[in-house]
Design a protein around this ligand. Structure first.
Ligand code: ADP
Ligand code: NA
Length: 330
């Protein structure tokens, strides 16, 4: 195999993926399985950086895998697995913890944001070091490309820094990865606060489109999206973030361009745009939900896909870990 490697992971915690996860990350997973030797995982080890109910975590891990398949991942063309099924992630993470500076880890903005929301007493050391687990996730597969949203850029830079450090100290071992970030969809915004990213921890659930929610609920959220007092439908991320976000979502889900939409909606109001986009979202999520349910209704097939994925992933991960241990003197 001389195709470049791709690696990425998504958390199972919320149950449903949201529209930001899909447009920012999962869509790129699907695209890269054509051009890359791609590894995608449900990162259940990352999920436990905040408290999880074991039964829910187990169920949500399956729901996440089912959604990845429903979104178009093909187990014949990529390796799909669950992070905890491959023990090398935790093993390499320890090595990487010992190569990361405390100050360096303290500069991670995702940690600062998340820990500020949780408060110091509820923030775990695991949350602090989760970017370093991510370093291990990526380096284990010698990944060239890491498809992610904008919020992950800093973690990919950390990964490069640590890979270079290791290679410099112990000899060439790790490939330096690059973030694969598609500019247009790198940051999908909250529908109620279009200056903040759409997130599973959005301040108000009305700002967040969950792909597995009742489509009627999602349609209503689109129709009540915050825009501005102007009436012109034009992409202007700075002055018209709400409308611009809706145009991005619309263009990407329908495979059209923002320019084409601006033309189509010339002289029309925000109401028309929102009504049509609500229909677009309903038409997209309806078959997505059905396909997800089909995978969940066939647990043997899902288990077989994940078992085969873990086996393929482990073969690669074990080789990298053995080489790493050897270089370090273990
Ligand atoms: P969340 O950010 O909601 O907690 P995850 O951390 O599991 O979700 O993110 C999974 C992937 O989705 C990551 O690659 C992340 O960059 C991407 N992502 C998350 N939110 C957005 C968003 N609003 N816009 C674009 N990409 C996003
Ligand atoms: Na994220």
């Amino acid at each position: 195999l001389d195709r470049p490697r791709a690696l990425s992971g998504i958390q199972p915690t919320a149950g449903s993926f949201h529209l930001g996860n899909y447009l920012g990350a999962v869509r790129q997973y699907v695209a890269l399985q054509e051009s890359h030797d791609a590894f995608y995982m449900v990162v259940d080890l990352h999920a436990i950086t905040v408290p999880q109910d074991p039964k829910e975590l187990r169920a949500n891990t399956r729901v996440a895998a089912a959604q990845l398949l429903a979104a178009g991942l093909d187990p014949e063309r990529c390796t799909l697995f669950v992070q905890s099924h491959v023990p090398e992630h935790a093993q390499l993470a320890w090595v990487m913890n010992c190569l990361t500076g405390f100050g360096e880890a303290s500069r991670m903005t995702q940690f600062k944001d998340k820990s500020a929301k949780q408060g110091a007493d509820r923030t775990t050391v695991g949350l602090f070091t989760y970017p370093i687990l991510q370093v291990a996730d990526i380096l284990l597969y010698q990944a060239n490309a890491v498809p992610v949203g904008e919020d992950q850029r800093q973690h990919i830079e950390l990964t490069r820094d640590i890979a270079e450090r290791f290679n410099g100290r112990f000899g060439q071992t790790f490939t330096l990865p690059s973030a694969h970030i598609v500019r247009e969809t790198a940051k999908i915004y909250d529908l109620q606060d279009p200056t903040a990213k759409m997130s599973k921890s959005s301040a108000t659930p009305k700002g967040l489109i969950n792909l597995l929610d009742d489509p009627k609920v999602s349609a209503k959220k689109i129709k009540s999206a915050v825009t501005d007092t102007d009436t012109v439908i034009r992409f202007d991320a700075e002055n018209k973030p709400g409308v611009s976000n809706l145009l991005t979502i619309y263009a990407t889900l329908t495979g059209t361009t923002v320019a084409e939409l601006e033309q189509r909606y010339e002289g029309k109001g925000y109401g028309a745009l929102k009504t049509d986009l609500a229909d677009v979202v309903v038409e997209w999520v309806t078959p997505f939900r059905a396909r997800t349910q089909e995978y969940l209704d066939d647990p043997e097939t899902l288990d077989a896909v994940l078992a085969k994925g873990a086996e393929k992933a482990r073969a690669v991960a074990a080789e990298t870990l053995a080489q790493t241990y050897d270089r370090m003197g273990f």
